[in-house]
Design a protein. Structure first.
Length: 504
């Protein structure tokens, strides 16, 4: 054991203790290593240019073996720090980012300070994972214990990718840390639990919904990440065509009626509804929302979170909202007959109601409302418009390839009567897109406005096929819109068929 004191803050050049082969040195807590600029890496003691005497002394004491001192300039020290403490050695971005977690440890009562120091690598690892997911724009983070360790995956552009899969991490402590942050009971591991972690990153407010589920190797934890600050994407960046933007502006100015957005989870419905709300605000109206969860902060609206456990359902929230003198109401989702009826009543009594609905395509919303028990007259007199939407992965501009469409590819265009382009593009894969061939997404929208023709067809009980024929030309459909994005090189035919192939 070496206990010699260092003469100055700077480590001495050329000082080399005899290296000891084998022997595993314990690691220093992350915050200590970062602040004192010292790292233990097996038999090596890595010192940064500002390494402190305290740091060097403590590192030697902890190691309990002779160490080889290696002095590194700042950039190499930082790289080593990242390499040793980060979940994924390939990710070199995180340490200098500001990322302030709200103080979640205060909810756990008294914690031994020493514990905090010992937990520092775990805390840091969890923070790194969260930071990385937020930075990547991931929508979900999956933390999955398995037989030999822990796997972490994030959902990005709709697809899961592995961020980390390691067997040398303290699985139970990582899971506990996440549960502590989410305000969950860490002693309860046999029942599912839900919580949330409010985060701030670079001034952005990010809400994280946390759910745990017992599993054979420990609890699986899924975090849904809601970046409220990125909620209101400008309409022209959503992938809307100019005439579609005009239509949204027209719809947002309506005095009453129901406007629905349809699409699967993660198709961007909420973003569209918020954009409509924002447009409505231009008309100086009282806007109230009933949501689950509140996905974005709207300073100009009164937002309410539903809570079914205490009877605050969408329908109950909507009824309460109507007593608040609203002009425009956002109801997160119409998923039962009661909410559908209440929304229709609200529209009949002079309110503009925005909501979402699970339906395939735009005309399908009418069928769905019929299934929920609304009669044709009520639908005809309240429904103003339906926006069906999907998100297609955008081809990576750095590596996409092009070729003249094959006869089979041309047939897809011919079938919808859309002119085939001279070139179609396909994914390749490069470093910029992590080898996937895609980067970011583009929205496609199938929008119908319920005009007089459509209204009377709904009122007389016309079938979905008949309504579709009246409301949409082939190029207006999701498939038509998808092919238009293929034609302009934004996405591939394969991606369009994957997402909307079953909608025609
Ligand atoms: Zn690429």
């Amino acid at each position: 054991m070496s206990h010699k004191a260092e003469p100055s803050r700077r480590s001495r050049p050329g000082l080399t203790s005899e290296p000891l082969p084998g022997g595993e040195a314990p690691r220093l807590p992350f915050a200590f290593a970062r602040d004192q600029q010292v790292l233990l890496d097996g038999p090596r003691l890595i010192a940064g240019p500002a390494a402190t005497a305290l740091g060097l002394r403590e590192a030697r004491r902890r190691a309990g073996q002779p160490l080889q001192l290696i002095e590194e300039p700042q950039d190499l020290f930082d790289l080593a720090l990242t390499r040793l403490y980060q979940s994924d050695p390939a990710d070199q971005t995180a340490p200098e980012l500001t990322f302030d977690l709200e103080d979640s440890t205060s909810t756990t009562g008294h914690r031994d300070l020493l514990d905090e120091v010992e937990d520092a690598p775990v805390i840091e690892m969890v923070n790194q994972l969260l930071r990385r997911a937020v930075q990547a724009g991931a929508s979900d983070l999956h933390v999955e214990p398995h037989e030999t360790g822990l796997r972490v995956r994030m959902r990005r552009d709709g697809f899961l990718q592995t961020v980390m899969d390691r067997h040398d991490v303290p699985v139970r402590r990582i899971l506990s840390r996440l549960k502590v942050m989410a305000g969950l009971d860490i002693a309860e591991t046999r029942l599912p639990q839900d919580g949330r972690i409010p985060l701030r990153m670079g001034g952005r407010q990010i809400d994280t919904r946390v759910s745990t589920m017992p599993g054979s190797y420990g609890e699986r934890i899924v975090l849904r990440i809601l970046d409220r600050s990125t909620g209101l994407v400008p309409l022209d960046q959503l992938g809307l065509k100019p005439e579609q933007i005009d239509m949204l502006e027209r719809l947002s100015a309506l005095p009453n009626g129901i406007i629905l957005a349809t699409g699967p989870t993660g198709s961007g419905k909420t973003t569209t509804l918020y954009s409509l709300l924002k447009l409505s605000d231009l008309h100086k109206r009282n806007i109230v929302t009933v949501e689950d969860p509140i996905e974005y902060d709207l300073p100009q609206a009164s937002q309410t979170q539903i809570n079914a456990e205490i009877g605050m359902t969408f329908a109950a929230g909507l009824r309460a909202t109507l007593r608040q003198d609203p002009d425009v109401i956002l109801v997160g989702e119409v998923r039962d007959a009661e909410t559908a009826t209440t929304a229709a009543q609200a529209a009949l009594t002079g309110h503009l109601v925005f909501s979402s609905l699970h339906a395939n395509g735009s005309v399908g919303a009418i069928t769905r409302l019929r299934d929920l028990g609304l009669d044709d007259f009520l639908i005809a007199s309240t429904l103003r418009a339906v926006i069906a939407q999907r998100l297609l992965r955008r081809l990576c501009p750095d590596c996409k390839t092009s070729h003249p469409p094959t006869p089979a590819e041309q047939a897809h265009f011919a079938r919808l009567g859309v002119p085939a382009p001279e070139q179609v593009h396909a994914p390749e894969g490069c470093d910029a897109c992590s080898g996937t061939g895609y980067r970011g997404r583009v929205g496609i929208f199938e929008m119908i406005e319920v005009d007089e023709t459509l209204r009377s067809a709904v009122d007389r009980g016309a079938s979905e096929a008949e309504l579709k024929g009246l409301a949409l030309s082939q190029s207006d459909t999701l498939m038509g819109q998808g092919l238009a994005q293929v034609a302009n090189g934004a996405t591939s035919l394969a991606e369009t068929l994957r997402v909307v192939g079953d909608s025609v």
